[in-house]
Design a protein around this ligand. Structure first.
Ligand code: BJW
Length: 253
């Protein structure tokens, strides 16, 4: 376990979980860190080497689509060979054992899906999808390396863009409404591996807390959400989630 939570508190949480509660989970880049995918902020984060303004905005894309696509092509190369870690796998198992369980992710890497989670709300899109910048058509594209940089729409010839949400862009309305609903009606929300600074995702746990849900944070470092958390697990998701899961397994059987 970890130094910020007592054995007693841990048992209280497991009891809550076993009471067939409505559970929501919000994940961020930290859950994929142990799979070898860099996070955005922090010591080895992508934003230490790259400027978000140059690569993750619509204006960067209209200025230099090739540069932006080269960056996404490079990231596809990092993500393609890696596997889900024990943290992803536990969440996939929880979807099967808890009757009311929902997973909301800010990640675009597709690792929750690869781990076996089926109902995933992807707030910021998916790196394995492309969108026609003219027609808006969204298609799966698993190429690595991409055959053409930048790629073009096979139907109209316009530029394709990554189907992800860049800074200054609105999240898909329907997806966001679903996330708001799940957050405001859950009884427990796990917030795993996110720095909780990017809006509107960062407001989801606050919405849950305001509606009376217990907030469980799993992160090696404190975040702006820590003061609002009922349980703070300081450590790696790939270690804490499996140890929680072991307790749950014992209590459910
Ligand atoms: C571990 C670990 C381990 C490490 N285990 N944990 C209100 C106020 C101020 C600003 C705004 C606002 N509303 C909107 C904005 C603007 C902006 C925003 O939030 N800016 C803030 C940064 C200030 N938001 C937007 O622009 C959003 N759009 C929007 O709201 O539209 C309407 C609007 C626009 C403009 C103004 C007002 C309204 C869109 C946000 C899109 C974010 N896009 C990105 C890129 C996606 C595509 C891609 O990947 O290329 O999404 S940015 C990047 O940050 C990515 C992530 O999903 C997102 C969140 O990052 P995350 O997941 O939290 O990662 P990190 O790296 O920050 O944290 C990792 C954590 O893991 C750390 O805490 C580690 O400690 C931990 N960790 N190892 C567990 N083993």
């Amino acid at each position: 376990m970890n130094e910020t939570i007592s054995e007693e508190e841990f048992k209280k949480l497991i009891e809550l979980l076993c009471q067939k509660s409505r559970i929501a989970v919000l994940t961020g880049a930290g859950i994929s860190a142990e799979s070898g995918i860099p996070t955005f902020r922090g010591e080895d984060g992508l934003w230490k080497t790259y400027r978000a303004e140059d690569l993750a905005t619509a204006s960067a894309f209209s200025r230099d689509p090739k540069l932006v696509w080269e960056w996404y092509n490079w990231r596809r190369g990092i993500i393609a060979p890696v596997n889900p870690n024990p943290g992803h796998k536990v969440l996939a198992r929880w979807e099967k054992i808890f009757p009311d369980f929902s997973l909301i992710t800010q990640n675009i890497d597709g690792l929750h899906h690869k781990a076996g989670s089926e109902k995933i709300i992807e707030l910021h899109g998916n790196i394995w999808k492309v969108r026609c910048s003219k027609e808006g058509t969204i298609t799966d594209n698993h190429d690595f390396p991409l055959k053409e940089l930048p790629p073009h729409c096979p139907s109209c010839g316009a530029l394709l863009r990554p189907h992800v949400v860049w800074f200054g862009e609105s999240l898909d309305h329907e997806i966001l409404q679903k996330a708001y609903l799940l957050s405001s009606t859950c009884q427990i929300m796990f917030v795993i591996g996110t720095s909780a600074v990017v809006q509107p995702a960062a407001s989801l746990p606050l919405m849950a807390a305001e509606a009376g849900a217990k907030i469980v944070e799993i992160n090696p470092d404190p975040t702006p959400l820590t003061p609002y958390s009922d349980f703070s697990f300081r450590g790696k998701a790939g270690e804490i989630l499996p140890s929680m899961d072991k307790f749950i397994d014992r209590n459910l059987s």
